[in-house]
Write a protein that binds this ligand. Structure first.
Ligand code: ADP
Ligand code: ZN
Ligand code: ZN
Length: 741
């Protein structure tokens, strides 16, 4: 029996590794489990760490060890399956375990004053039975209360604040009055999203033979099968969601939980409703639009097994689910699964690891799978399933290029495009214009001397926002008034170059004054509820023309849209990012999928100065699958991911030399004493060298094999931390970087 206990603790600090603490005698009888929160002294701070293990050994003498201050919980917050995943992630992404645990902990639980116990829950109102006379009186005297009562009476399982806000306004006063009259009952619910009880159960579609084949193939796999990783490659509108629903039903019948990852918050309401209605089960929804309490409520419901389905964005991969039976990653190609700062994990990749650890299948679904995933199918690590047709023989839209060379442009729109818009509007179709640039114009230019509106802190131009009459840098966020005169030569001939969503919206509103033109981008949807409202108007057909950024490209189902146009595809064709072509192909295919979803046939127009570009030609004539095959061959020939593996080390500093020096010193660490095949590129300036007043450099490490590259890095990491020049820079490691700039 040792005379003291040591706890190895993950403390949220940039210092890598675990820290040893003593368990003081007064806590000796407290339960101690891996995954429990613990308060520890750390320098001058007190921090909440997570217990990794209990031992009786430490590299430090016991006299040097500090004691744990308190143990707030009786049980572990992270069960064993989560500890396994989080430790794996810390190791793989070369990120301090304490910071990884902190990132995975609901914000609510980061404060020790909040106990790990059942949350209060979200309020739910329901109607009490009332006799006819009471109701008649209510209708006469207080029509607002009567209406609200009727609404509540239609929701037999009660109604949440969220639903109330969606279906009515200014309801609080009337609700209070109803409560006082005992006509309404208020309780609290442990779920964020309750399935509305429908008058009739939704008609479940009969799966077509293609869909049925996929469902059986996945359901028949053995649980412990190591390669229970599936890619559902189904063209847009081919019925992937129906497949997810059937698979989920099968899992629910076995009392297992399902985790569904989605890329975007704006997608969640539609998909959530579809799942909730079909599965008739409470669903915990997790996304950044919730407050800390709501998040914790959903998280708790999932981690106690009360919620059988969790739908959420990237960070939901860290939700404990004891009975996890399946993970679905919808739109698996989407870049938002990769966290781009701090703990740079990829939730799609972690879903594979988690599914393997918890012995369950994972389904990566997309109409445009990433080249990484397709490569894994080719290498037989994943099993591919295909839906190559839309149900009911609905045709795919026809895609056509508009050659912009020598064509007059009206604020970025060609005559051909304008004519086509008119045509579709005339035939009662809706039109969707896609442009991946918000604001009015990407820069202002002096016609006299060529001066442009450069950001003083970045190597980039400031975007002109007309409505707010501001110049805004989209990279660092600073704002400036719009210059009336050129600061260089004093000329007042300043012109707006290029087009963003705001300009396209303006020109279309002028051309079609009688129609509702709706712009959907980050600027017009900043206020709460605005996006839902705009999507609703788009869905109902109230907005005849939709102009939007990539927010509009994802998953929305607008039945009335018959024409989709991509205003500018050229930018991506000549980008320095090696993934630019893949992203453009995905974008074209995805936005094309927005056209002609209902009974009306769809048309897609792409404006370009390079109609002969091989990428566009392959995509148009042979489709995404063929495009991907040739793109993969190209990656192989040029030795780029997924055929090789990358780790990027970034560094930034106020002075250029500092940023570069640290990486030069780092190179020395990799050049000596390693016998792995490694290519080192850099230090090189980042494609945008200066951003927010700091110079940015990067070092790219590339290898054919993942494992040795990874081992080398984790082995050299402590040495990198000791490099003297590191003190003058901010630096980070990005494993499997998504943006290489
Ligand atoms: P995806 O998720 O691949 O974009 P969805 O699952 O949303 O596709 O299906 C697209 C459309 O096709 C939806 O309107 C859906 O109701 C319909 N659909 C899907 N499967 C079937 C089927 N087996 N029979 C009839 N219609 C179907
Ligand atoms: Zn000038
Ligand atoms: Zn800037």
């Amino acid at each position: 029996m040792p005379d003291y206990y040591v706890l190895k603790i993950a403390v949220p600090s940039p210092v890598y590794g675990l820290f040893d603490y003593l368990l003081p005698t007064e806590l000796a009888h407290h339960p101690v489990l891996p995954g429990m929160r613990v308060l520890v002294p750390f320098g001058r701070q007190r921090l909440t760490g997570i217990i990794i293990e209990q031992t009786n050994q430490s590299a430090l003498p016991s006299g040097k060890l500090k004691a744990v201050l308190s143990l707030p919980d009786k049980t572990a917050i992270f069960p064993a399956h989560m500890m396994q995943l989080l430790q794996w992630a810390a190791n793989y992404y070369l990120y301090p375990p304490g910071e990884v645990m902190q990132a995975a902990l609901p914000v609510y639980l980061r404060q020790l004053k909040h106990a790990f116990s059942a949350p209060e829950g979200e309020p739910v109102w329901s109607a009490n039975p009332a006799d006819k006379a009471t109701l008649q009186q209510l209708q006469k005297r207080a029509p607002k209360q009567y209406q609200l009562y009727q609404l509540l009476a239609r929701h037999t399982q009660g109604i949440s604040r969220q639903t109330l806000n969606q279906q009515t306004s200014n309801w609080r006063q009337a609700m209070q009055a109803l409560l006082e009259k005992h006509l309404v009952n208020k309780t609290r619910h442990t779920f964020c999203w309750q399935a509305p009880v429908l008058a009739q159960t939704p008609t479940t579609l009969k799966l077509n033979p293609q869909q049925q084949k996929v469902v059986s193939a996945i359901n028949d796999r053995h649980e412990m099968d190591n390669r229970n990783i599936h890619c559902l490659f189904g063209i847009t509108g081919s019925g992937k969601t129906e497949v997810y629903l059937a698979l989920s039903q099968h899992m629910l019948a076995q009392k297992r939980q399902i985790l569904i990852l989605v890329p975007e918050i704006s997608l969640t309401p539609q998909l959530t409703r579809r799942f909730a209605e079909h599965l008739q089960t409470p669903i915990a929804v997790l996304h950044s639009g919730l407050n800390d309490n709501q998040r914790y409520t959903a998280w708790y419901a999932a981690s106690t097994g009360k919620a059988h389905v969790v739908i959420g964005t990237r960070s939901s991969i860290f939700t404990p689910m004891p009975e996890l039976g399946m993970i679905i990653v919808d739109e698996e190609h989407d870049g938002s699964y990769k966290q781009q700062d701090g703990f740079r994990y990829n939730a799609r990749d972690l879903s594979i690891v988690r599914a393997r650890q918890q012995h369950c299948p994972v389904i990566l679904g997309s109409a445009t799978p990433s080249l990484e995933t397709l490569h894994n199918i080719n290498e037989q690590r994943y099993q591919g399933h295909y839906l190559r047709q839309r149900p009911n023989q609905r045709p795919l839209p026809s895609i056509q290029l508009i050659n912009l060379c020598n064509q007059p442009l009206h604020e970025g729109l060609s005559d051909a495009l304008l004519a086509s818009i008119k045509q579709h509007i005339k035939q009662q179709g809706q039109v969707l214009l896609f442009i991946n640039r918000r604001g009015f114009a990407p820069l202002l230019l002096c016609h006299h001397c060529g001066w442009t509106t450069q950001c003083p802190r970045c190597d980039a131009n400031m975007t002109y926002h007309k409505k707010h009459q501001r110049l805004l840098c989209h990279h660092c966020g600073i704002q400036r008034p719009v210059p009336v005169k050129c600061t260089n030569c004093g000329s007042s001939e300043i012109i707006a170059m290029g087009s963003g969503t705001e300009r396209i919206e303006n020109v279309l509103q002028t051309s079609f004054p009688q129609l509702q033109v709706s712009r959907i981008d980050r600027d017009t949807t900043r206020n709460k509820g605005k996006l839902a409202e705009k999507l609703q108007q788009a869905h109902s057909g109230e907005s005849a023309i939709l102009v939007g950024t990539q927010m509009l490209a994802k998953g929305h189902d607008f039945p009335g849209v018959t024409l989709v146009a991509i205003v500018d595809s050229d930018q991506a064709l000549y980008s320095t990012d090696f993934r630019a072509a893949e992203h453009l192909a995905q974008l074209i295919t995805q936005v094309s999928g927005r056209a002609g979803r209902a009974d009306k046939p769809g048309e897609v127009l792409i404006q370009t100065h390079h109609p002969e570009h091989p990428l566009l030609q392959t995509l148009l004539h042979q489709g995404y699958e063929k495009f991907a095959t040739s793109a993969l061959a190209e990656r192989k020939a040029t030795g780029l991911p997924p055929c090789t593996h990358l780790i990027l080390i970034r560094s930034d500093a106020i002075y250029r030399d500092d940023a570069r020096q640290f990486l030069s010193d780092a190179v020395a660490q990799f050049k000596t004493g390693n016998n792995i095949q490694l290519d080192i590129f850099g230090p090189l300036p980042a494609p945008m060298e200066r951003r927010a007043g700091r110079y940015r450099y990067q070092l790219m490490l590339q290898a054919r094999e993942r494992k040795p590259l990874h081992q080398l890095l984790s082995y050299r990491l402590p040495l990198l931390r000791k490099i003297k020049s590191a003190r003058k820079v901010r630096w980070s490691i990005d494993v499997d970087p998504y943006d290489t700039f």
